[in-house]
Ligand binder design. Structure first.
Ligand SMILES: O=C(O)CCC(=O)C(=O)O
Length: 265
């Protein structure tokens, strides 16, 4: 099925997310990145550069949620996926941007579990963690599935239209009690909590706005749920005081933070 750019953009603006339910990235790029993920998780960095400091480190418990920061600087095959022009084209179609740049990347490996808690991702708005950007900056995320994501894999869940609820100030990525967190979440009058599950084929991508509430439950399937969260910005974004610090440290380095779309002159 061909992507209808205008319909996709309207859906993204209405819902605060867009789920592209067909593979966007070539199978060989996905296969390469999967190998790269294994290497980085094992602490083998083929570029000679380590990822940025991460909560999960090689040798840590493989049954924990693994999140590794900026893995593309450590592995060329991961870089190839992150910098793929198909991702940029889609991001530009959703936002109408002049240019789109990758500014941060996270490797996410959600192992299978039999428990209801331990590898959950608590409800959060990404903006909560991104205070280094000026308010109103156009920031969003492309979440790339390396495996098919099914209902039982612990898919991400988006709250429809929550990007229009404003900055909530209540977020906990590592929170495990999704139900309790949800009960405490202030839903604006006249709005309702309605969730969409992000079911994807391998190589499929979902996009979400920086204010869209999202989280995910346990992976009750037999296989790991492997993905990259690729954080993107457009020409309508600016670091606070144009400073380079923390998450904006590398934006001038296009080897780390590739520009994935540039509108033709
Ligand atoms: O992978 C998940 O379940 C959550 C990822 C996430 O929070 C993000 O991509 O912003």
């Amino acid at each position: 099925m061909e992507l209808q750019p205008a319909a996709a953009r309207a859906a993204y603006e209405r819902d605060g997310f867009f789920i592209c339910g067909q593979p966007v990235l070539p199978a060989e790029v996905v296969a390469g990145a999967l190998k790269g993920m294994d290497e980085v998780r094992a602490g083998r960095y083929h570029t000679g550069t380590q990822p940025q400091p991460s909560v999960w480190k090689p040798g840590d418990d493989p049954h924990k949620l693994c999140k590794i920061e900026m893995p593309q600087i450590a592995d060329q095959a991961i870089w190839k996926l992150v910098a793929h022009p198909a991702l940029g084209e889609l991001a530009a179609a959703l936002t109408g941007a002049q240019w789109v740049q990758v500014w941060w990347v996270q490797l996410l490996y959600k192992p299978p579990t039999h428990q209801q808690t331990s590898t959950n991702v608590g409800w959060h708005q990404d903006r909560y963690y991104w205070q280094v950007w000026e308010p109103g900056s156009e920031l969003f995320t492309a979440w790339v599935a390396l495996d098919e994501v099914r209902v039982e894999s612990g898919p991400m869940r988006f709250v429809r239209g929550s990007h229009r609820w404003g900055f909530i100030g209540q977020s906990d990525f590592f929170g495990q009690d999704l139900e309790g967190q949800r009960r405490a979440m202030p839903v604006p009058a006249g709005q309702e909590w309605s969730e969409a599950q992000v079911l994807l084929p391998a190589g499929g991508i979902s996009f979400h706005h920086n204010l869209t509430l999202h989280g995910s439950g346990p992976n009750l399937s037999a296989r790991p749920r492997r993905s990259f969260a690729i954080h993107l910005r457009t020409d309508k974004s600016r670091p606070v005081d144009d400073r380079r610090a923390g998450l904006t440290n590398f934006i001038d380095n296009h080897q780390y933070c590739p520009v994935v779309y540039q509108r033709p002159a």
